[in-house]
Design a protein around this ligand. Sequence first.
Ligand code: NAP
Length: 339
Amino acid sequence: MPNNRRFLLVKRPNGDPRPDDFQLVSTPVPEPAAGSFIIRNHFVSLDPAQRGWMDDAPSYMPPINLGDAVRATTVGRVHSSANPDYAPGDWVLGLNAIEEYSVAAPGGFTSKIDVSRMPSPSYCLSAMGAVGLTGYFGLLDTAKPEAGETVLVSGAAGAVGSVVGQIAKIKGCRTIGIAGGPAKCKRLIDDYHYDAAIDYRGKSMQALAAEIAKAAPGGVNIIFENVGGDILDAGLMNLAPRARIVLCGLISEYNSADGKIGARNLWQLLVKRATMHGFLIADYVPRFAEGGTQIAKWISEGKLRIDEHIIAGIENAYPAFMLLFSGGNEGKLVLKLID
Ligand SMILES: NC(=O)c1ccc[n+]([C@@H]2O[C@H](COP(=O)([O-])OP(=O)(O)OC[C@H]3O[C@@H](n4cnc5c(N)ncnc54)[C@H](OP(=O)(O)O)[C@@H]3O)[C@@H](O)[C@H]2O)c1
């Protein structure tokens, strides 16, 4: 039997996760119990949400137990099975962990997948996974954009943000993206067809608000918020009347050790009669096929570009994960465990 390398959470991070919050261990691959099966994970999704699951705080999911492998969505093939519906070799997507082999059973997020028409099975974690579908449902179902409206996206060059910006353009909107650094801002224009790009690095909230005002003199109709903090505050100062804000993520606050930063310009919601809507992709699981079909169509028509940032080797899980917080990832961050 091969060994199973597993990336465990052994301490709860206080602020930025540190290497000694984790431990890479090697254990024997278990035998599947009746009804279950073992997945050999090929690709593991690295997501900002995992940082929240490391905290012992109330959330939409229980915290990861200390000593457990870090929870993650994975794509892999059935290695051995004690379930007649899952045969060795079948491709499976599921909420498992950063580990080479996972014990799984049908139900929850676990499902067999057809990867035959995808450029790579990793697309189940990016374009056709929670990331692409967050962009799709978060924008279309929550904000309901109309042609001619202005959409402001933070984290605009990231996995979710790049999809949001492109779908907004497909729907005839004007798009403004906020990202870190000139190279990412260039990609906003060249690769994701944003109409305007704003580099937030080194800028005060007031300076950012002024740049947004210059790019959107009539105000923004929709904010797709991935970052929070000063960036959200700057967007709030530029709302058009009856603007809609999709609160998708607050990554700038996930590693905050001394209390959350919070938004200080919420009064603009009442001034502009705006609405802010918390969005969670888990609510859309029954509609994944609908969103996935449309996304696949846009990709095949050349209307939607998907970038993946793939890092090989479970031994690189920690430095790879930290790219999400330094802005080092260019596209959906995925850990590749097998060729
Ligand atoms: N609600 C849901 O169901 C749902 C689902 C998926 C994702 N999300 C959220 O969506 C957001 C984006 O996730 P993703 O998977 O697409 O990740 P991502 O954007 O591909 O990667 C994270 C990016 O966030 C930016 N960032 C990190 N720390 C920052 C800070 N302190 N200030 C400003 N920007 C910072 C960096 O880009 P720069 O180089 O531009 O700084 C980094 O590349 C996250 O907040 C995540 O939690 C929510």
